[in-house]
Design a binder for this molecule. Structure first.
Ligand code: KG4
Ligand code: ZN
Length: 369
């Protein structure tokens, strides 16, 4: 599939058409980050995020605890976002929120809060799709990709290659058939005995390790789809025998002690090897997508786009191939309200407002899922 340049979306157009200032208060609460942002004419004035540490000891996000923490955090986070932007609530032109997908209890806190504000202030309400927002995080800072562009969106729940025709028109052309890339990081980290979320920790230890020391297989999946569940299994089997000098037979499994010692002594190399494999799976599919579509503007987005191995591999690919590569700033990679604000800005320009009867949804029924 080749894309002609006719009908290409010009980012400079909306600014010229509107003329005045549009202030949007945006709220993100889909998982375990409570975030609020003020966006003026597509520029982010503030982006305040409260992380929830309460989940660490459980090895994953506990939905009920996440909802409670959102309730505690949302008022101070919104107040700080407004004060750091030097704005009054009454000067907002619209209230935006993440409507789907995510944890339903978490989404409900942000959506009910946004709806109440919109009703009380008599301002339009804008419902935002979390995955669309991750992609549009690439439109926050300069330089921005030109439409149409490709975006590899890699988060804790999603792994997608998205073809972006305009800020509001996107198509998923490849996705995971099982685990997401973030899950692959987190589950691998758990096998190494690292706390949740393990992705950033694998990234940290990998920086001092040899990525070629251990070999984990790359799945051969057709088209642009991904699979990460096999990687987790191969790490699990590998660790069952780790620490033994001769490991040919299944009955020769390492003891818990052997395994722990082996992981401790080889943590950096293990993390570097696992990270290299996850990154190569992602980058190889992206190469395939570029060849298939003929599109050379390539972005990454989502929590895993904070990974230093993925960021440097994309930059290297940008030097090796005729790609223009784009990576959001760190604070716009993991869940944040600035990406909700920028998405809401483009929806505002299209007058795509939501009715107060709209409800949050754990699974999106359309588009990017
Ligand atoms: O986009 P995100 O903040 O939340 C979801 O929408 O899921 O992504 C969270 C995921 C987690 O799996 C986390 O481990 C992963 O992003 N992550 C990383 C890094 N920072 C966050 N994975 C690898 N390296 C990182 N530096
Ligand atoms: Zn996310």
């Amino acid at each position: 599939m080749k894309h002609s340049q006719t009908g290409v979306y010009d980012l400079s157009r909306p600014f010229r058409e509107t003329g005045g200032s549009i202030h949007i208060l945006a709220i993100e609460s889909s998982c375990d980050e409570t975030s609020a942002s003020v966006c003026r004419d597509g520029n982010i004035l503030s982006n305040i995020t409260a992380n929830q540490t309460v989940h660490e000891k459980y090895g994953g996000v506990v939905p009920e605890l996440a909802s409670r923490a959102h309730i505690q955090n949302i008022i101070p986070v919104v107040a700080t976002a407004l004060s750091s932007a030097n704005c009054e609530l009454s000067s907002m032109d619209a209230i935006a929120f993440t409507q789907s997908p995510g944890l339903i209890g978490s989404l409900l806190v942000g959506s009910q809060f946004a709806k109440s504000l919109a009703l009380a202030l008599n301002k339009p309400l804008i419902a935002v799709h979390h995955m669309q927002a991750h992609v549009l995080a690439n439109l926050i800072d300069d330089p921005k990709p030109a439409f149409p562009f490709l975006c590899l969106t890699v988060s804790g729940g999603h792994t997608q290659i998205v073809l972006c025709i305009s800020p509001t028109k996107m198509k998923v052309i490849g996705e995971t058939i099982d685990d997401a890339a973030g899950e692959a990081f987190d589950k691998s980290a758990k096998l190494l005995g690292l706390p949740y979320p393990g992705g950033p920790l694998i990234d940290k230890y990998a920086q001092h390790g040899n990525p070629n020391r251990f070999h984990f297989p790359e799945p051969q999946l057709p088209a642009l789809n991904f699979s990460f569940s096999g990687l987790k299994t191969s790490i699990l089997y590998f660790l069952q025998n780790a620490g033994k000098s001769h490991v040919y037979k299944e009955e020769n499994v390492a003891s818990e002690e052997d395994r722990k010692r082996f992981i401790e002594e080889n943590l950096a190399d293990l993390c570097a090897s696992i990270q290299q494999r996850i990154v190569s799976i992602l980058i190889n599919k992206l190469k395939k997508a570029v060849v298939q579509t003929g599109i050379n503007d390539v972005c990454i987005a989502g929590g895993v786009s904070a990974n230093s191995g993925l960021r440097s591999s994309l930059q290297e690919a940008g030097k090796k191939y005729p790609w223009n590569t784009f990576i959001p700033a760190f604070e716009y990679c993991t869940d944040n309200a600035a990406m909700i604000g920028i998405t809401a800005y483009y929806k505002f320009l299209e007058k795509d407002f939501a009715d107060l009867s709209i409800t949050a949804s754990a699974r999106a029924r359309h588009g990017l899922r």
